[in-house]
Design a protein around this ligand. Sequence first.
Ligand code: UDP
Length: 245
Amino acid sequence: MTMKVASILGVPFSTRSFDETVADLVERIQSGERTHVVTANPEIVMVARENKSFRTILEQAYVVPDGIGIVYAAKWTNQPIRERVTGIELLEALMREADRKHWNVYLLGAAPDVNRLAAERLAERFLGARIVGYRDGYFQKNEEEKVAQEIAERKPHLLFVALGAPKQDEWISSYWDRLQVPLVMGVGGSFDVIAGKVKRAPVLWQKLHLEWMYRLLSQPSRWKRQLAIPRFVFTVLWEKWGNRS
Ligand code: UDP
């Protein structure tokens, strides 16, 4: 399967639209090709710039453009990324497929009550999908092997991992061989949204491309992390114009 890619500050992104991404991932699952999906935003790209081993993980993964900053960066550098492919929407689209195809699903991560609530909500909404297991994301380092082993034994088709980025993607990469799951995706704070603990930005804010600002206003403690956004914009434009001589 060929992967259509754009390079954003050295990170390879899929250029597929949302619907094309879902179709492509379903085809991969059905053909037995294993995929690690990373939904990456400007923060993640900036982490990759400073962290070589994380960059290697992204080079081997299926990276989709979460975050409007990635879509703009592609525009500024004349690359064909048309729209955002967000983690929460991809999770829901894959659950619709799991519902139709009776796939097994495992949910790893978030606080215990959030994890359980998210599992309950998804089980109610997608009756045909089988939630074969769920577990919170606050286990010790020495329990990791056991956690991975238990997931592998449940044989999910889909594994959603909510440990926050980049931790979740490092975890997925470390246990990749052990897990043997067709599709594994880091989903950040998505379980908190599904469980109703955190609200996603209203649609109007999303349409105005201000979801990042809503997030900053509703979770102000994130401001330090979000400093990566102006640094990202500056770096993309600097690489485009600044070092031309
Ligand atoms: N989390 C977890 N274990 C950890 C650290 C974080 O399960 O050791 C969970 C946390 O409870 C939350 C999610 O990971 O549900 C991270 O959410 P955040 O909104 O920070 O996602 P990000 O923006 O980092 O993708």
